[in-house]
Design a protein around this ligand. Structure first.
Ligand code: NAD
Ligand code: UDP
Length: 311
């Protein structure tokens, strides 16, 4: 298939493009390098089935030739990054999503949206199933991201109703692994970076807030399986293994044989207290569940960064 993939220089986009190429597809990757990097595309640029277009998708995108899927993964995802680029984040998820839906319509292609567990906000239902509407502060610190993703979902389904564009929507829960920018400010990269550079581990709040961390390969498997279904409603993709941030710090210290001290810093505004996906739906419709546990996933990720940064 011919697949237009936005955000291809980012963490998930670059890993996904490699997987799509391995599955035999042709990938037309798009990125403007707001938070991504050409280094992530090294392998891709060696493939004859990969083409790159440098473009900011808040503007209409022209693509020559046939397109079967438009997959929209462009958007900052790390809280410090989207807070540095709040307007860019809102525009890529609103105008960007709209232009890419128009491209899908023009090409008679299907549209695939990377949404997020953030649309559930600070959830009052635990774990979060897809039919939970969320608890989001529309004018809060994270609203540039979570509200614009909610809009992206809304316009995706309205374009689906109005023009009949086939759609897939995934709500991705915290995902990590190779090619994630070590300096992007998310918790796992921060801790690995801090241990490698012999700094204190920064825990925001008391560290008892929870997240459910998924390894990139499990996410990619879920995406590939969803492409093979006809299921059009939103699907959670995440690992239901819920841990506190203190536990993440502890596991990383053990794996990296570190005696780093912990430094407690203020909890950012509207930081969700807990998060865990209900994955009953993805188990049912595509027999998918994560296969890689937190220890193994962290060990693989540490190995990647040690190879990148210690020579
Ligand atoms: P990332 O920051 O590593 O990658 C995002 C990519 O999008 C970057 O290469 C960036 O340059 C590009 N981009 C941003 N704005 C653009 C624009 N206007 N035009 C073209 N390219 C643009 O982030 P990621 O972790 O790879 O996230 C990818 C997608 O997955 C995002 O849509 C994000 O919301 C979603 N997501 C990620 C996670 C996660 O845990 N990693 C969780 C939930 C949702
Ligand atoms: N966090 C932390 N120390 C850090 C970075 C993040 O304690 O150096 C916390 C953050 O406040 C949040 C959790 O770890 O409660 C996950 O943060 P991340 O930015 O990775 O993802 P998100 O908040 O988007 O789930």
């Amino acid at each position: 298939m011919f697949i237009v993939l936005t955000g291809v220089a980012g963490f998930i986009g670059s890993n996904l493009a490699e997987r799509l190429l391995r599955e035999g597809h042709t990938v037309i990757g798009v990125d403007n390098f707001l938070t991504g990097s050409t280094v992530n595309m090294d392998n891709l640029l060696r493939s004859p089935n990969f083409k790159f277009i440098e473009h900011d998708v808040i503007h209409p995108l022209a693509v020559e030739g046939p397109v079967d899927w438009v997959m929209h993964f462009a958007s900052p995802a790390s809280p410090p990054k989207y807070l540095s680029y709040p307007i860019e984040t809102m525009r890529v998820n609103s105008e960007g999503t709209m232009h890419l839906l128009h491209l899908a319509n023009e090409k008679q292609a299907a549209f695939f949206l990377a949404s997020t567990s953030e649309i559930y906000g600070d959830p009052t239902v635990h774990p979060q199933p897809e039919n939970y509407y969320g608890n989001v502060n529309s004018i809060g610190a994270r609203s540039c991201y979570n509200e614009s993703k909610r809009y992206a979902e809304a316009i995706t389904y309205w374009m689906n109703r109005k023009y009949g564009i086939p759609v897939r929507v995934i709500r991705i829960f915290n995902t990590f692994g190779p090619k994630m920018d070590l300096y992007d400010g998310r918790v796992i990269t921060n801790f690995i970076n801090q241990i490698m550079s012999k700094q204190n581990l920064t825990i925001y709040g008391d560290g008892r807030q929870t997240r459910s961390f998924q390894y990139i390969d499990d996410l990619l498997e879920g995406i590939i399986r969803l492409l093979g279904t006809t299921y059009e409603q939103p699907v959670n993709l995440g690992n239901p293994q819920e841990v506190t941030i203190l536990e993440v710090a502890q596991v990383l210290k053990e794996l990296m044989k570190s005696n780093a001290q912990i430094e407690f810093l203020p909890l950012p505004e509207d930081d969700p207290r807990r998060r865990k996906p209900d994955i009953t739906l993805s188990r049912t419709i595509m027999d998918w569940e994560p296969a890689i546990g937190l220890h193994d996933a962290l060990a693989r990720t540490i190995h990647y960064y040690q190879g990148q940064y210690i020579h």
